[in-house]
Structures are given as C-alpha cells and as structure tokens.
Design a protein around this ligand. Sequence first.
Ligand SMILES: [Ca+2]
Ligand SMILES: [Ca+2]
Length: 146
Amino acid sequence: MPTNGGNMKHRWGLGAAAAVLAIAGAGAHVHAQAKESVEVTSKQILARMDRNGDGKVSEEEFRNAMMRRFASADVNRDGVLSDDEVPTHSVVVQNSESSGGQVKLEDYSASLKTVFDQYDADRDGQLAGDELEKLAQARNALKEAK
Ligand SMILES: [Ca+2]
Ligand SMILES: [Ca+2]
C-alpha cells in the first residue's frame, strides 16, 4: 500500500460502497454475493438507466441517471462535488472539468453529452450492446485504477 494513499483509500472505499447501494437500490436483481468486487456489468447499467425497457439507453435516460447520481453524491447539496464527494469511477466525472478536485454541476452536466457521444459508436442516439459493454469496461477500469 502506498504510504501517501491511506486517507484517500479510505474515502474512495466509502464511495464505492455507496455506488453498490445505489445499484442495488435501483431494483435490479444484483447478486448479493459481490463482496470485494464492485464490477459493473452492461446489464446492471441497463437495469439502472433503461426506464422505458427497450434494451437501450437513450441520451435522456443517460442524462437522468447521471444527474440522479450527481444528486446522490452531492451530500451537502451545494451543486459542487467536493474532493471527498467525487465518485472516482464515474466516466462523466473523469471527463468533467474540475478545479482543485471539485466538480461543478454545470461542468458535469456539460460533459454528459460528450461522454454519451463518445460511447454511442454508431451515432443512433442510443447506447446498446457493445456500446454499453464499453461503458461498463471504462467504469470498471476507473475503479481498478484507484
Ligand atoms: Ca431506453
Ligand atoms: Ca448507439
């Protein structure tokens, strides 16, 4: 364990636990045996975001889900994710402009479209199949990086 990472590690750990709770709370049939692993599958993303059940995530569904995510991460509700509120494994946060480790709602919101377009490989305005798979992989890679 890196000597300078003790405190960080503790905080990121709490964030990961919160993310797992958020996924479980969405009503998806997530297997409860996931202990250490917080790996996300494309099926879980779909269960969480696909509100109209067409098996695809539209830009609106993506935006709604990600804005809910911001709201749940913004504990003190000031519209800014401070250093300890930022979810490390969010691909949107990763693409957001941040200053001093903080992410503002407006920057987060602006980067939603960028991220959506980035994963919408066939540009049909929906994330499906391989596109969701890539999104899941990107998120899981971020988790492992921390
Ligand atoms: Ca949908
Ligand atoms: Ca697509």
